[in-house]
Design a protein around this ligand. Structure first.
Ligand code: ZN
Length: 53
């Protein structure tokens, strides 16, 4: 019998969004109500249109 690890244990993508504050949030309009950060998951705030837009 040959045992191998389930793929979900092996494939851990390195390019995951950080769960910690990236320290340099860049906001994007998530759904017109909430703005989120490109770089991390903790970056979240109410969306307000950028000034001048
Ligand atoms: Zn961030």
């Amino acid at each position: 019998m040959r045992s191998h690890l389930p793929s979900f244990l092996v494939e851990r993508g390195p390019a995951r969004k950080g769960r910690r504050d990236c320290g340099a949030h860049e906001w994007y309009n998530h759904n017109g109500v909430v703005a989120r950060c490109y770089h991390c998951e903790v970056g979240e705030r109410p969306w307000t249109a950028p000034p001048g837009a």
